[in-house]
Design a protein around this ligand. Structure first.
Ligand SMILES: [Zn+2]
Length: 276
């Protein structure tokens, strides 16, 4: 684990260089600090953040996936969009975590780390984080904008004073995953991109949950165009002509610098619109 102060009182916490590496951001205000996501593997993240700030820490989740909630048991105040509460419960269960780490050799934990297959404290009290809420840290504020897509409960956190937006997994340099059962269809994701675009000025910087950061807001347009192409493809498809396997097969579509993973089910036009 290492931390880099990417601007005054904003820390980027990272580990390793692998695909599994997730970014956590520590935003320190006058009264308290916000920790955006807590990573994949069990680590002593609380002790680590204590070396960066002595302010009380509130955890704000961009969504409920396993690689964003791994150290929640160390914190008392956890906020997440209610649409991802059940996903959080699933991904913090011992059964799910055991299965996940069995299949991911690249994500093996170091010998000196706690076994990440253990359940995350399931009694942790989740507070709802929803559209328009403002988290006041004292002289710094984060505003919530909902972005269903990658999961139903995906959200971004905007810091208007610094023209920054923390976008989780809704926009990443190497691709956005929308093939999951917990992902919305592509039309809903495109709406989220448009909502995001209207919420910020073009000179905002995007801080994603993985890979290169920051990204320019042009990436919102790139993903919007990619989603539009996918929706056009979907219009050509008719549900009744697809086999079960074709409906759920994981596919990738790239346009410009954007890549989206999807299944045909996610791009099919609604019933009645695909026939004409
Ligand atoms: Zn995710």
């Amino acid at each position: 684990m290492r931390a880099e102060e990417i601007e005054p009182q904003t820390w980027l916490i990272t580990r390793g260089n692998g695909q599994a590496s997730t970014h956590n951001y520590l935003i320190v205000g006058e009264k308290k600090a916000a920790l955006i996501d807590t990573g994949l593997k069990a680590e002593d993240l609380r002790a680590f953040t204590a070396t960066l700030t002595d302010k009380p820490i509130i955890v704000l989740h961009t969504h409920g996936h396993i690689d964003h909630i791994g150290n929640d048991q160390q914190f008392e105040e956890i906020m997440l969009h209610p649409q991802d509460f059940s996903l959080f419960q699933l991904h913090s269960s011992a059964a799910f975590r055991t299965e996940f780490f069995k299949g991911n050799k690249a994500m093996k934990w170091d010998q000196d780390q706690t076994d990440p297959r253990q359940a995350i404290n399931q009694t942790v009290k989740l507070e709802p984080l929803t559209e328009g809420m403002i988290v006041d840290l004292g002289q710094r504020q984060l505003k919530v904008i909902e972005n269903p897509g990658h999961t139903y409960g995906c959200l971004s956190l905007i810091e208007e004073d610094r023209k920054r937006i923390y976008t989780g997994d809704m926009i990443c340099e190497k691709g956005v995953l929308l093939h999951f059962a917990e992902s919305t269809d592509i039309a809903r994701y495109k709406k989220s991109l448009e909502h995001l675009r209207s919420a910020i000025a073009p000179d905002y910087q995007l801080y994603p949950g993985h890979q290169r950061m920051p990204l320019s807001s042009e990436w919102i347009d790139a993903y919007t165009e990619c989603a539009e192409e996918l929706l056009a493809l979907g219009k050509e498809l008719t549900k009744t002509n697809l086999t079960e396997q074709e409906t759920h097969e994981i596919l990738f579509h790239s346009k410009g610098k954007a890549t989206i993973s999807y299944t045909r089910e996610k791009i099919l036009a609604h019933e009645g619109t695909s026939d004409n």
